[in-house]
Design a protein around this ligand. Structure first.
Ligand SMILES: Nc1ncnc2c1ncn2[C@@H]1O[C@H](COP(=O)(O)OP(=O)(O)OP(=O)(O)O)[C@@H](O)[C@H]1O
Length: 371
């Protein structure tokens, strides 16, 4: 197993990049730890595939270094990196049997036949392919073929990481869950480092120990799924993760209060931190941490309901809080109608303030007691 580091990595597809916008990867410093499952999550064009191809060696970064256990591999060919890559479309030999496909990477490395047999048997078992070992790959389902692609990466015991670029794209929706489960169990059993590219937050959150969130060529946050949900460090993480995403409303400092829409919150000692920033402030809270309550001055935000969406056992309520909208996720027994005046009650522990795009590091009790 290998620790992979990316140092001051930048990449432009142009020969003479001039502005920051010419870079598909802007400046990446990242360590990929051993034995963890990572998801690389971001919208289309954010730089995920570029990053993956730099890792595997299909692409050489314009600037910076890639280190495997401290060894500089930046200019090393993909062949010499011990990285296995699984793409959107399965890459297998259709005319070979499943067993021959799995054995192929070991045969080309001249591994002894008995060892190949053992390893192929073991990996086939892990991937649920044992019963298919003698079958020709042609005619198998896309899901089975993708298992073979994965197996061809996993058979090599020296593999430093398995990179998967949206591997579930062509898989039938009904089979996606089974393959996702297999991926997770294989990663846990074999302890191999898995790097999984997706633009689907649900896939990222269910599969990964760590999620690397990318936006516009930059890594905006790395964290466990829980950390990203509870403590987004960047506005992009707030609204990209969670359905619906985090609410953001412009806010302002007034004396020792924070003014949010028609509400005022006393800041317990955090005034100086906020006063020190020149960037525009916004108040952030996830819909999951807003409820409806009685008016409680200094604790609730008054507003008018503009829309109510029913989603089975819960509702999403849209509330106008003085020119801006906030969404609250509430249980279905909560009664609210469009046009009604209500009071949103934010959980003090979940209230955040952002300066520009970045969260402001405030003491835990800034918005009141935590009882
Ligand atoms: N071969 C290329 N030549 C020029 N520009 C490219 C090339 N490949 C990617 N780009 C640009 O680099 C940026 C990052 O693209 P990349 O494919 O890495 O993003 P992505 O997050 O993987 O997107 P997707 O989810 O759509 O695959 C985009 O602006 C894209 O247009």
């Amino acid at each position: 197993m290998t620790e992979i580091q990316m140092k001051n990595l930048r990449h432009s597809y142009y020969p003479n990049p001039k502005t920051e916008d010419d870079y598909a990867l802007k400046s990446v410093d990242l360590t990929w730890e051993e034995g963890l499952a990572y998801a690389l999550l971001g919208p289309s064009g954010s730089g995920k595939t570029t990053m993956l191809n730099i890792l595997s060696g299909l692409l050489t970064a314009s600037e910076g270094q890639v280190l495997f256990d401290g060894r500089d591999v930046t200019r090393l060919d993909a062949r010499d990196r011990n990285i296995a890559q699984v793409f959107q479309f399965p890459v297998i030999y259709e005319t070979m049997t499943v067993g021959e496909n799995l054995a192929f990477p070991l045969k080309t490395r001249k591994v002894p036949a008995a060892q190949i047999k053992d390893r192929v048997g073991f990996i086939a078992e892990e991937l649920g392919l044992t019963a298919l070992l003698g079958r020709k790959a042609r005619g198998l389902s896309a899901e089975q073929k993708q298992r073979i692609s994965l197996g061809r990466g996993l058979v090599r015991e020296d593999v430093a990481a398995i990179l998967l670029d949206e591997p579930l794209t062509v898989i039938d929706p009904a089979e996606k869950m089974a393959l996702r489960r297999t991926l997770k169990s294989v990663q846990l059993h074999l302890g191999v480092k898995l790097i999984y590219v997706t633009h689907d937050q649900h896939e990222a959150m269910t599969l990964a120990d760590r999620v690397v969130v990318m936006d516009d060529g930059e890594v905006v946050q790395v964290g466990s799924p829980e950390e990203l949900f509870e403590n987004p460090a960047h506005k992009f993480v707030g609204y990209f993760i969670g359905t619906p995403g985090m609410n953001f409303v412009d806010c302002a400092l007034d004396g020792s209060d924070l003014v949010v829409g028609n509400a005022r919150f006393a800041l317990n000692g955090a005034v100086q931190t906020l006063a020190g920033t020149s960037k525009p402030l916004s108040f952030g809270i996830r819909p999951d941490f807003l409820s409806l309550s009685e008016a409680r001055p200094g604790r609730t935000i008054p507003g008018t309901v503009t829309r109510v969406e029913n989603h089975g056992d819960e509702q999403i309520i849209a509330v106008d809080v003085g020119g801006a909208q906030m969404l609250a996720r509430v249980e279905d027994h909560v009664r609210a109608r469009a046009g009604e005046n209500v009071h949103l009650n934010p959980d003090p522990q979940a209230m955040r303030v952002f300066a520009g795009q970045r969260v402001v590091d405030l003491p835990r009790n800034t918005f009141g007691d935590l009882t």
